[in-house]
Write a protein that binds this ligand. Structure first.
Ligand SMILES: *Cc1c(COP(=O)(O)O)cnc(C)c1O
Length: 390
């Protein structure tokens, strides 16, 4: 169906940070399949694991123990400090699990009509519950009635949350992205998550972090909450977890470990041996190659360059980033730059209308970063000189 309006290009194969189209033209990928291909394309460790696992066992169902699922859960808990994992097939499904956990938590605590605080300009997915949680009218329009039980607040506004706490007795959780991705690479104040943690503790709310875009090393920590000295009660992952194999995860801390009981939730495909083995290989590869550190270094390199070359230009509102999540916000809408970049054999994205979003693979080299910098700066400077051409 016509749910997307794709660009006029078809990629046939990839290697590392490069893709080749059906005419044999080579492109540099500064988007990584929207923060999915953290290890780039056709990574040998991922390919080998998929082939080996596929030759052994694809699927048995969750009616039996799955050792690959157990192993992946152990790895994720070890890295995050969280306690249990539910596996899904996508980000939206991981958030559905989180929303159901919050509802059940409320129900167990006898909260009538439990509500979850969600943020303006957030993005949590396209299912009915997750689009209702999303803070973007465009995602919701035409799909009313929306799922009830969400209270909206501005992002990065602690007073607004305190105000909601003072005036509502039915709140059970906050659901928030540590850095808003689709919302335009919005980075909150350094102590934002700490303050949310404190408010959640005072009110017995669950702090639920949507790390679907920020997780798996992207921001320069395994998970973005690790920039702060806190632990969430619930965290969702997807995107880079499988490097392209569809998998999502909803993790809970010890405090929320017993909310879901047998029969409360499920998934036929979720946690299958193929996707779990692949995600384990992704984690091992990120760890063995210190790619979280690379995200810090290459992220800083790109951010410094863009700040130096673009931040002071008329027409550029802000250059910001955390690790390899980089946003260049222009004064005016600039969606046309995506096609212009494609012409220059570079894959980028524009989100929230006027924010150039870069989510290159964690394996990006300095030379590849230089190509991204050169091309994006050229596009932006040209664009600012000819605003009418937009
Ligand atoms: C992409 C994304 C989702 C949705 O994930 P899907 O796998 O497309 O369902 C949810 N939350 C955030 C923050 C995302 O970036």
């Amino acid at each position: 169906m016509q749910t997307y309006a794709p660009l006029d290009v078809t990629f046939e194969h990839g290697e590392g940070a490069y893709l080749w189209d059906s005419n044999g033209e080579k492109y540099l990928d500064a988007l990584g399949g929207i923060a999915v291909c953290g290890l780039g394309h056709a990574h040998p460790a991922v390919t080998q694991t998929i082939c080996e696992q596929a030759s052994k066992l694809l699927h048995t169902s969750n009616l039996y123990h799955i050792d690959r699922q157990q192993k992946l859960a152990d790895q994720l808990c070890e890295l995050s400090g969280l306690s249990r994992v539910f596996f899904s097939n996508s980000g939206a499904e991981a958030n559905e699990a989180a929303i159901k956990i919050a509802r059940l938590y409320g129900s167990k605590n006898k909260v009538k009509d439990p509500a979850i605080i969600v943020m303006d300009n957030s993005f949590h997915g396209r299912t009915m519950a997750t689009l209702s949680a999303t803070g973007n009218r465009k995602v919701q329009a035409g799909f009313e009635p929306l799922v009830q039980g969400f209270i909206r607040a501005p992002f990065n506004d602690v007073d607004a949350i305190k105000n909601i706490a003072d005036n509502n007795s039915n709140v059970v959780a906050i659901l928030v992205e540590p850095v808003q991705g689709e919302g335009g690479i919005q980075i909150p104040d350094r102590d934002y998550l700490n303050q949310l943690r404190e408010i959640c503790d005072q009110n017995n709310w669950l702090l639920m972090l949507d790390e679907i875009q920020t997780g798996m090393g992207r921001t320069g920590q395994w998970f973005a909450f690790q920039h702060n000295d806190i632990l969430p009660d619930v965290m969702t992952l997807a995107k880079a977890l499988g490097n392209g194999v569809p998998i999502g995860a909803c993790l809970v801390s010890e405090s929320a470990a017993d909310i879901f009981q047998p029969g409360n939730h499920g998934s036929t495909f979720g946690g299958n041996p193929l996707c779990c083995a692949t995600a384990s290989a992704v984690i091992d590869t990120i760890a063995d190659n210190s790619l979280v550190d690379s995200a810090v270094q290459m992220g800083q390199y790109l951010l410094n360059a863009f700040t130096g070359k673009l931040a002071s230009l008329d027409g550029v509102r802000e250059v910001r980033g955390l690790g390899l999540m980089i946003g260049i916000e222009l004064e005016e809408d600039c969606g046309d730059l995506v096609a212009q970049a494609l012409d220059k054999k570079l894959l980028i994205n524009v989100t929230a209308g006027n924010v150039i979003r870069l989510l290159p693979p964690l394996i990006i080299s300095q030379q590849q970063a230089d190509t991204i910098i050169e091309t994006v700066c050229e596009l932006v400077t040209n664009r600012l000189q000819q605003p009418a051409a937009a």
